[in-house]
Design a protein around this ligand. Structure first.
Ligand SMILES: O=P(O)(O)OC[C@H]1O[C@H](OP(=O)(O)OP(=O)(O)O)[C@H](O)[C@@H]1O
Ligand SMILES: O=c1[nH]c(=O)c2nc[nH]c2[nH]1
Ligand SMILES: [Mg+2]
Length: 164
């Protein structure tokens, strides 16, 4: 079943901002323990996972491929398109995603890997309890636009927008 997501606010994220926040996440994750490797939740987790793997000097990077949103931002059923080969309980592994929104994706992955550490760059309030570490919180009614989803284009001046 698809949920429509009106998300009246938007939050565009630049490449620089994403890099800075992913590196901030790496700082948090390097404190106090070492990791076997990273499990990126594709596709959104791939870029943050690459940045974090570089910072933490982790060479083992696997993926769980999950789709839950359509291109019009409507949430559908969670579909696991590819799992990891030898998951165990996830102990000592880092799961990286770009964001947690409702928390449904994180919940599904946690059921597969209950002892892994789940980290995201961005978090919305409903999904926050599902992650162990995140960097930046945005409100639930905000849609985050990642740099790979957007391209520069002309924007109307505010006054023109007001005139309609
Ligand atoms: O907390 P939730 O409400 O489950 O939403 C968060 C998930 O939604 C997005 O992935 P999406 O399924 O859109 O696929 P993508 O990573 O390929 O963009 C995002 O990358 C997270 O994985
Ligand atoms: O690009 C995205 N931005 C979001 O805010 C979001 N929430 C779920 N899935 C998402 N994808
Ligand atoms: Mg995703």
């Amino acid at each position: 079943m698809a949920d429509s997501n009106p998300s009246p606010k938007t939050f565009p994220v630049s490449w620089e901002e994403l890099h800075r926040n992913a590196k901030a996440l790496a700082w948090r994750l390097i404190e106090g323990r070492s990791w076997h490797g990273i499990i990126a939740i594709a596709r959104g987790g791939l870029v943050p996972a690459a940045i974090i793997a570089r910072e933490l000097d982790l060479r083992v990077v696997d993926t769980i491929c999950i789709k839950s949103y359509s291109d019009d931002h409507a949430r559908g059923e969670i579909r696991i398109l590819k799992n990891i080969v030898n998951p165990g309980d996830g102990d000592g592994w880092l799961i990286i995603d770009d964001l947690v929104d409702t928390g449904y994706t994180a919940k599904a992955v946690r059921e597969l890997l209950p002892k892994a550490h789940f980290a995201t760059v961005y978090a919305k309030p409903a999904g926050k309890p599902m992650v162990d570490t995140y960097i930046t919180e945005v409100s639930q009614d905000t849609w985050i636009y990642f740099p790979w989803d957007v391209e520069p284009q002309f924007a109307q001046p505010l006054a023109a927008q007001r005139r309609g």
